[in-house]
Design a protein around this ligand. Structure first.
Ligand code: SF4
Length: 502
């Protein structure tokens, strides 16, 4: 789900979205944009979905929605804010009746019309109501939207997910599942979808399986979720990952598995292991926490540091720092303490407050780091601004030397598959060498994990240059799909430049 980068008609760009958001503090990370969840066949479906979304809160914190069906009618609640703020009220939950529900949690743009983008999206077709929740991003949405608008479609939101709704609406008459498949055959990019009609719940991953989706069972009910941590919270058993290109159709009679798309090699997002997924989730058969520790161990072997202490940049650097310290035989210490109670509402997005932001969120543990040579472990560097502030904080607190090791390769390229990324020019690694970055963030030394080291940590012998086993485009620029909208934008830009010249 993207609400800007692939939108026609002057919609915000990726970088505008990030800037408009006025994101505070440690906005020097890429942000996953969505989590999806669904339950079919349980009389507490809405409550279970609210709990599932709560466990997926790390995948999007700005809005959440749930749609239910009670055998007669659909009900939906879509709210801005955290899941816990919106789906704990008895009045809200009372309205969400029925034994099936799907839900969505997301990042979003700021602005008065944001609510219309909150998912699940819902439409009434001739064949009945249909709701859909999307994690990912369509890379040809803008192109499809223009075509649909030329034929008379009127879009209600600026979400690329609505494109799927319009493609269903304009597809040939027939069963809804067939029309859904016909719609998805036209889209490009990344999608993990949970959808619901009056009789069915549907889960589907794009042919490359870029974003995760798992199947679980709770009592007699089927459950779909972005991550296994959302199964855990309700006590559901993990059944299996939905496979790349697979569509599961769940009805009162059971579950059917279809493969309606061209079969392709999986290109799962390797960044899910580095940062996005919750460490207690199992993703594609691997425990995320264990992978992150192995990443830290690889990093220690590739780029050791002569220091006294290993210090994680909390919280995302912590598992890799544990792996680094175990491999290097160095003490692991919490040299930075994170304040978990810094809320978004406290923040004014002014430069002055932004500058203070890092200190409000991270505090140096002076007693631990004073006089010590430390190596900081972080998961990634996006713009470099937060890294610089943390390094300055460590020096002010008396660290004798500050080294930094990054648990991923340099982030050189933007993501077009459902992760909020600055434009390439804003990514520090796209403009600077490692040595230049080290000078910019004022560390005594800086090193990144190699791409092969990352692949080894997830259990591969290295990156297969001919057939990469994952999507790693933000580290390599090797995008696994066409970027149709981007190419079209570039063509339009060049044509307008030519027109100016002539
Ligand atoms: Fe994941 Fe990066 Fe690929 Fe985006 S570009 S899907 S963040 S690996």
């Amino acid at each position: 789900m993207n609400d800007g980068s692939a939108t026609a008609g002057g919609a915000p760009t990726i970088s505008q979205r990030t800037a408009d958001r006025g994101l505070p503090f440690d906005d020097d990370h890429l942000h996953e944009e969505c989590g999806v969840f669904g339950v079919f066949g349980h009389d507490q479906a809405a409550a279970l979905t609210a709990l599932g979304l709560h466990a997926l809160q790390h995948r999007g914190q700005e809005a959440a929605g749930i749609v239910t069906f009670d055998g007669r009618q659909f009900a939906f609640e879509r709210h801005l804010g955290l899941v816990g703020d919106s789906f704990t009220s008895a009045a809200v939950m009372e309205r969400l009746k029925g034994n099936r529900a799907i839900g969505h949690t997301r990042y979003a743009t700021t602005g008065g019309q944001i609510l219309r983008n909150v998912q699940p999206l819902f439409a009434e077709f001739a064949g009945g109501g249909f709701a859909v929740a999307h994690n990912g991003n369509l890379t040809n949405a803008m192109t499809l939207q223009r075509r649909l608008q030329n034929r008379g479609s009127i879009f209600q939101s600026t979400s690329d997910t609505e494109t799927i709704i319009h493609l269903i609406a304009t597809s040939d008459p027939g069963p809804l599942v067939d029309r859904f498949i016909a719609a998805l055959r036209q889209v490009e990019g990344a999608y993990a979808l949970v959808a619901m009609s009056e009789k069915k719940m549907i889960g589907c991953r794009d042919p490359l399986g870029v974003r995760p989706l798992v199947l679980g069972k709770f009592e007699d009910a089927y459950v779909l979720a972005s991550e296994t941590c959302a199964l855990e919270i309700i006590g559901a058993a993990f059944v299996r990952d939905i496979e790349p290109g697979e569509m599961v159709v769940i009805t009162e009679d059971g579950i059917d598995s279809l493969y309606p798309f061209q079969r392709l090699r999986s290109r799962f997002c390797v960044f899910e292991y580095v940062y996005f997924a919750r460490p207690d989730s199992n993703v594609e058969g691997r425990n995320v926490y264990e992978v992150r520790k192995r990443i830290g161990a690889e990093l220690a072997r590739e780029s050791p540091a002569a220091v006294d202490l290993v210090v994680p940049v909390p919280d995302s650097g912590t598992p890799a720092a544990i792996g680094f310290s175990q491999e290097a035989g160095l003490p692991f210490e919490l040299g930075i303490i994170r304040n978990h109670y810094v809320g978004r509402t406290f923040i004014e997005p002014s430069d002055a407050i932004r500058h203070m932001g890092v200190k409000l969120k991270h505090s140096p543990n002076k007693a631990i780091i004073e006089g010590k040579r430390i190596v900081l472990i972080d998961d990634s560097i996006v713009r470099g601004t937060t890294s610089l502030k943390i390094v300055e904080m460590m020096r002010e607190a008396g660290a004798a030397e500050v080294h930094m090791r990054i648990a991923s390769p340099p982030t050189t390229d933007s993501c077009f598959y459902g992760v909020d990324t600055p434009e390439k020019s804003k990514l520090i690694a796209s403009r600077m060498t490692v040595e230049e970055m080290a000078r910019f963030i004022k560390v005594d030394s800086l090193a990144f994990l190699s791409i092969d080291g990352l692949y080894r940590a997830v259990g591969k012998p290295g990156r297969d240059r001919t057939h990469p086993q994952f999507c790693d485009a933000c580290f390599t620029g090797d995008y696994p799909t066409r970027l149709t909208d981007r190419q079209e934008k570039e063509t339009v830009r060049q044509l307008s430049l030519l027109a100016e010249v002539s």
